[in-house]
Write a protein that binds this ligand. Structure first.
Ligand code: PMP
Length: 356
């Protein structure tokens, strides 16, 4: 072993879902939006193409146009908004900024699998709190002493939504630490906890353009909280990388957030497809947590998830499978277009029938 090897910061990295090169895949494995971004995004891209000189300069480090557009959308002040390179970047910055205690941070045992990776990377002690038998967060588990709390709402990969009153209970019981509510999927049927930032100083809401705004490829995420917390986040950001948001992301992100009608129409469409999917998947022998997100976390009454995952993949239908304790008999299936979902049901119907 070389002497320097012991100085390497070793981590077991997060493994993102597969991005296949083949174009003919029905891709239901990474919770992307099946619809393209707002037509306003195309216009913004064309404008950028006509003015390539914009790329000569550094982008606005304060990302003012995007921050202001997000603030306007939610009726908040720009000083209450922080933006980053996807919510992964925003969440990583939040971990670095706010989870700086000797006490363990708390998050669910079944949750977004990046949380423990950031905790390991930043050497933050953590403790997982088990979901109950129905795969729901038990709010009382988060009342003990801790160094901070984070959970997604709806949770991932279960899709279960914690009612706003229970989110508030968790925040109210943790006023000595920061509580991060990761609302990556909130636009698909949940009520955001954003209003709580006026009543509690310790809450941060994190959202993303990757799901309900159809822009996973642009990498835009944001946090909303009171001015003091946003200032603290910006201080850490400027100590790490001033120019997180590139010029293209600023232009298209602003255009996307300004098109409220398109956002509302596409999210409503996904919600409708999801509700139909619940009926169809139940008929096919699946059961699942009642999802309020753009995916179903489903288990089949007779066919092991791993086998189904393999069969689907071979048929060119990609879903997500987590080979982890407690969830290794589940598939996380992103809600696609109606046509994509029909192809899924048709395949499953035939395959499950032929299997017996
Ligand atoms: N939070 C949760 C719960 C997620 O599932 C994801 C998607 N992988 C993210 C955050 C990160 O999304 P993004 O970085 O694309 O905004």
């Amino acid at each position: 072993m070389k002497a320097w090897e012991k100085n390497i910061r070793r981590v077991e990295p997060y493994v993102p879902g597969e991005q296949p090169k083949r174009k003919d895949i029905i891709k239901l494995n990474t919770n992307e939006n099946p619809y393209p971004p707002s037509p306003k995004v195309k216009q913004a891209l064309q404008k950028l193409e006509q003015e390539p000189g914009v790329l000569r300069k550094y982008p606005d480090p304060s990302a003012e146009c995007l921050v202001s557009a997000i603030a306007k959308f939610y009726g908040r002040k720009p000083s209450e908004v922080f933006v980053g390179v996807g919510s992964d970047d925003v969440l990583a910055m939040c971990f670095l900024t706010f989870f700086n205690s000797e006490k363990p941070i708390l998050f669910p045992d079944i949750t977004y699998s990046f949380y423990d990776v950031w905790a390991e990377l930043f050497r933050i002690p953590y403790q997982r709190q088990p979901l109950n038998e129905s795969m729901e967060i038990v709010k009382e588990d988060y009342y003990k002493e801790n160094g901070g709390v984070i959970f997604p709402n709806p949770n991932a990969p279960t899709g279960a939504l914690l009612p706003l009153s229970e989110v508030e209970d968790i925040i109210a019981h943790n006023q000595d630490v920061i509580v991060i509510v990761d609302e990556a999927y909130i636009d698909f049927g949940g009520k955001s906890a954003l209003e709580l930032i006026d009543r509690y100083e310790n809450v941060i809401i994190v959202q993303t353009f990757s799901k309900s705004r159809s822009m996973a490829g642009m990498r835009i995420g944001y946090a909303m909280a009171n001015e003091a917390l946003i200032r603290a986040l910006n201080d850490v950001k400027y100590s790490f990388n001033s120019y997180t948001m590139n010029a293209a992301a600023l232009a298209v992100g602003t255009a996307a957030v300004e098109d409220r009608a398109y956002f509302e129409e596409t999210t409503a469409r996904i919600i409708a497809t999801r509700e139909r999917a619940k009926v169809r998947m139940r008929e096919l022998g699946f059961s699942f947590v009642d999802s309020k997100s753009n995916f179903l976390f489903a288990t089949h009454r007779s066919c092991p998830a791993k086998e189904l995952f393999g069969a689907l993949k071979e048929a060119g239908i990609y879903v997500r499978y987590f080979d982890k304790p407690r969830i290794d008999n589940y598939l996380r299936i992103t809600i696609g277009t109606d046509e994509e979902m029909e192809a899924l049901y048709t395949f499953l119907e035939k395959w499950l029938r032929d299997r017996h």
